[in-house]
Design a protein around this ligand. Structure first.
Ligand code: GDP
Ligand code: MG
Length: 556
């Protein structure tokens, strides 16, 4: 396929502005999927994405589109919108020459619109502004065009007004992709060189790598080498993603597709790696800046016998989500496990859900913490969260963009939810790392019957130790079921107890009801009780439900 008729682009936007819906329309109009009412977020393939209605993983689709009588190959990459997944966005951008910057005609520019714009701008991509949802009663495309001019310095005439839902003007978007975005500068005659920009573990076929071919071509049977490990492989299968896998004989410079080459282990197909022909070595591509974990949590098998299975599940899932960092760890109460680093709380929840749904693994996650550097010696909402205002800019008459410096631990858990509810959903939020700052912090322990629960130890600001300690004790009291003995729940700083709650004793005998009953019924009930216990964790003599660790630190 001639390189000058290839376009690689992705859609970037704030969450819910309609990326996945636009992707559906583009797939329909180019015949990649049939036109029916059933096409809803076709590229959101993961169960977790369908259940939460959000995109977590970037997905690729190759489309064929005829413009002025010439067939073009358009490679579309759908990207996630939430801050926690901006790592996926920057990876997608590295395989593209242009982006569709999608903005909701009613909501206008939001936090992730700005963050994603800068990712594309810094990568020097062509930016096509698209204003979506013009069918809405309150749509105000004029105002959004002024915002785009003000904030991004893009002329309003460049904007395309569409309704992704109804398909209005979506044809103009396809035309703009062909006319405004340059083809990749790939050289077909040079030696083969490809970037691995994503990879997946398939239970039957091993590792499936998504590649962008930067130079030359690759075909079935070729001997290729991955630059990172220097190991050689034979290509078994390759093809386009349309969006389902569509095997082809060759992949050429400028094309994006998938490749299977007998790679079995996670480290063999690292995202950011370079592939080349065995007899024609090339200089490796720069790869990706490693993601910087913001939130850390311990992860443990519910039962230690599940450790090996959980280890391979975590390895395989981190292949698909390379922004998670993994370190081995162990805890007195929970046994051998790992300490995982995530980009945010939603990222952590999604990872956990994917482990359960895609790998059938059941885990205990401890309360997340943020990194601190310790020195040994011993307006609303914003003021409460120790924020310092930095900078402010008017987007238009109604909307202002404010920048604050915040301690990270004040924002990771629930700041976003609170901000949304205080502003009735109007405010949006994004963050980046501003480095470490000095603060008056102390360590607070939580004790169950006098025994410290290390997973619940937190670092708090001195001024808020009492109220936080009291709130955690109250929540623990509500979430730990009564047991056969009384349980004291305490918060302490050093040896000083600062809060206490008591869980009263209660006796539960599952066999009481079937005294003298038949034995199979007894066995059934005992088995049921044992299954219930699997969801519990024993700390000292206290049984704690496994989700307590994370729920207890969320503020109400
Ligand atoms: P994403 O988070 O950017 O992928 O957004 P989605 O494509 O999931 O869309 C978010 C919501 O907006 C869904 O309920 C869509 O049905 C709706 N939506 C998307 N495009 C339009 C549009 O053009 N008009 C209207 N009225 N709703 C739309
Ligand atoms: Mg989406």
């Amino acid at each position: 396929f001639p390189v000058d008729r290839i376009r690689n682009f992705c859609i970037i936007a704030h969450i819910d502005h309609g990326k996945s819906t636009l992707a559906d329309r583009l797939l329909e109009m180019t015949g990649a999927i049939a036109k029916t009412d059933k096409n809803k977020q076709v590229l959101d393939k993961l169960q977790v994405e369908r259940e939460r209605g959000i995109t977590v993983k970037a997905q690729t689709a190759s489309l064929f589109y005829t413009h002025h009588g010439q067939q073009h190959l358009l490679n579309l990459i759908d990207t996630p919108g939430h801050v926690d997944f901006s790592y996926e966005v920057s990876r997608s951008i590295s395989a593209c020459q242009g982006v569709l910057l999608l903005v909701d005609a009613n909501q206008g520019i939001q936090a992730q619109t700005v963050a994603n714009f800068y990712l594309a701008f810094e990568a020097q991509l062509t930016i096509i502004p698209v204003i979506n949802k013009i069918d809405l009663k309150n749509a105000d495309p004029e105002r959004v065009e002024s915002q785009i001019e003000n904030v991004f310095d893009i002329p309003r005439e460049d904007c395309i007004r569409i309704s992704a839902k109804l398909g209005t003007n979506v044809e103009n978007v396809l035309q703009a992709v062909v006319e405004r975005i340059p083809p990749p500068t790939a050289i077909v005659h040079d030696p083969f060189k490809a970037l691995v920009f994503d990879s997946n573990f398939d239970h039957y076929r091993g590792i499936v790598a998504n590649i962008a071919v930067f130079a030359g071509h690759v075909k079935k049977g070729d001997k290729i080498v991955s630059a990172h490990l220097g190991k050689a492989y034979e290509v078994n299968e390759l093809g386009l993603l349309c969006p389902q896998e569509h095997p082809t004989q060759k992949l050429f410079a400028g094309q994006v597709g998938y490749l299977i080459a007998g790679m079995k282990e996670v480290k063999e197909a690292q995202i950011g790696d370079t592939l080349y022909h065995q007899d024609q070595p090339v200089e490796a591509l720069p790869g990706f800046k490693p993601a910087k974990a913001m939130v850390f949590a311990g992860m443990y098998p519910v039962d230690q016998s599940e450790y090996p299975g959980l280890r391979s599940a975590i390895e395989r899932l981190t292949l698909n989500d390379s922004s998670v960092t993994v370190q081995r760890d162990s805890s007195l109460a929970l046994g051998a496990g790992w300490r995982l680093g995530f980009l945010g709380l939603l990222h952590m929840e999604v990872f956990n859900q994917r482990l359960e749904q895609e790998y059938n693994a059941s885990v205990i996650i401890t309360a997340p913490t943020v990194p601190y550097k310790a020195v040994l010696s011993s307006a609303k909402l914003i003021k409460n969260r120790r924020g310092i205002q930095n900078n402010m800019m008017y987007v238009d008459d109604h909307r202002v963009m404010m920048k604050y410096l915040f301690p990270l631990n004040e924002i990771v858990m629930d700041f976003y939810d609170l901000l949304k509810s205080l502003s009735s959903g109007y405010a949006s939020f994004d963050y980046e790392n501003a480095g470490y700052q000095a603060a008056d912090l102390i360590k607070m322990d939580i004790l169950l019957n006098g025994r410290p629960v290390e997973e619940l130890t937190t670092i708090v600001h001195r001024a808020r130790a009492y109220s936080t300690g009291k709130a955690i004790c109250e929540r623990l009291k509500d979430s730990i079921p009564r047991q056969m003995f009384e349980i004291a729940v305490q918060a302490s700083i050093g040896s000083k107890i600062i809060a206490r709650e008591t869980i009263k004793a209660y006796r539960k005998n599952v066999l009481a009801k079937c005294y003298g009953g038949d034995i199979t019924r007894k066995m059934k009930l005992l088995k049921k009780q044992a299954e219930g216990k699997k969801k519990m964790r024993r700390i000292g003599n206290v049984e704690v439900p496994k989700d307590v660790f994370i729920n207890v630190l969320k503020r109400k």
